[in-house]
Design a protein around this ligand. Structure first.
Ligand SMILES: [Fe+2]
Ligand SMILES: [Fe+2]
Length: 313
């Protein structure tokens, strides 16, 4: 097979390959040829690696992407209980990054179908351990990306939902919306190199950044059903109550859009690994957000509850 179209081949994270017994794995030769590395049905373990040494990237077909994510999701659910019991927060975060990274890459490939399941696993598995959800967001990660940001916003949102005693269904919905709020940035047509620029963006570049809420809602609309419910969060999280936000400058913003607007800003300014700026301390970030509330950008009650949700025991 020849490497013709990048879209047809999906690179997989090395840490997930061990779970892909039922999936064909491929590799790319220097002459851009795609060859089978491991047939479905064979276990990928140390022995296999020894017999078939290969250090490059491993790929799966587009058709196998959803199946592979479902397998990783299942493993995550299986490990979660024991991680939570042992309070291994770093393990939980590592596995979450594994799933979400692969889920968000090429979001138009059908991969987002596992998102409700991933969020359910966290909401249900952690209902007795809210402290773990909270610490998930606090734990930083060297390589700041849309994935890490989305996981952090989700953890802070679920924590806010616990604090404000939202129903389990609403917690699931807001958690899913949080995980997907920036899915437009993961779209193939979005120039994600802009997100890594170590300088202030030009006005023109910022106009491009501003397209991500619309791109995200288009992606979610294509999925229909459950994922469509995450559209308000994706399209409205940069809107402001005084109409000064984007993309549409609307003043009438859903509750989810308002919550995500506040939490998105908080996470962005407090995270240490974000390029081109130093992270703010939580108290400074809250002071900044409070001045945005005074300017009429954000809802005062949601802001106050969010601030308290950060310090609750
Ligand atoms: Fe955003
Ligand atoms: Fe965001």
């Amino acid at each position: 097979m020849l490497w013709e179209n990048n879209e047809e081949w999906i690179e997989v994270r090395k840490s997930n390959i061990q779970y892909y017994s039922d999936i064909d794995l491929y590799y790319k030769t220097p002459s851009e040829e795609i060859l089978l590395y491991k047939q479905a049905g064979l276990k990928y373990n140390k022995e296999y690696q020894k017999k078939h040494p290969y250090h490059g990237k491993i790929y799966i077909t587009q058709e196998d992407k959803l199946k592979s994510l479902e397998i990783v999701q299942k493993e995550f659910s299986r490990h979660l209980t024991s991680h939570v019991k042992k309070k291994k927060i770093s393990e939980v975060k590592r596995e979450l990054i594994n799933i979400v990274e692969e889920t968000l890459s090429q979001p138009r490939s059908g991969s987002l179908k596992v998102v409700p399941h991933t969020v359910n696993t966290i909401v249900e598995g952690f209902s007795d351990h809210p402290e773990i959800v909270k610490n998930l967001a606090i734990m930083s990660h060297i390589d700041y990306s849309t994935t890490i940001h989305s996981i952090n916003v989700m953890a802070l949102t679920i924590n806010y939902c616990y604090y404000t005693r939202k129903s389990i269904d609403q917690t699931r919905l807001f958690g899913m919306s949080a995980l997907l709020h920036d899915v437009g940035k993961a779209d193939n047509s979005f120039p994600d190199s802009l997100l890594r620029e170590n300088r202030k963006l030009t006005d023109k570049e910022f106009e491009v950044i501003k397209t991500h809420p619309k791109l995200g809602s288009e992606i979610l609309l294509n999925y229909g059903d459950e994922l469509e419910l995450a559209i308000p969060g994706a399209i409205e999280h940069h809107e402001k109550l005084d109409g000064s936000g984007y993309p549409s400058g609307r003043k009438n913003i859903s509750e989810c859009g308002q919550i995500l607007g506040i939490i998105d800003c908080y996470e962005a300014v407090t995270n240490h690994e974000r390029p081109y700026r130093n992270a703010m301390l939580p108290i400074k970030a809250l002071t900044l957000l409070k001045s945005d509330v005074d300017k009429g950008y954000f809802n005062r009650e949601i802001f106050t509850d969010f601030a308290y949700s950060l310090v609750q025991k």
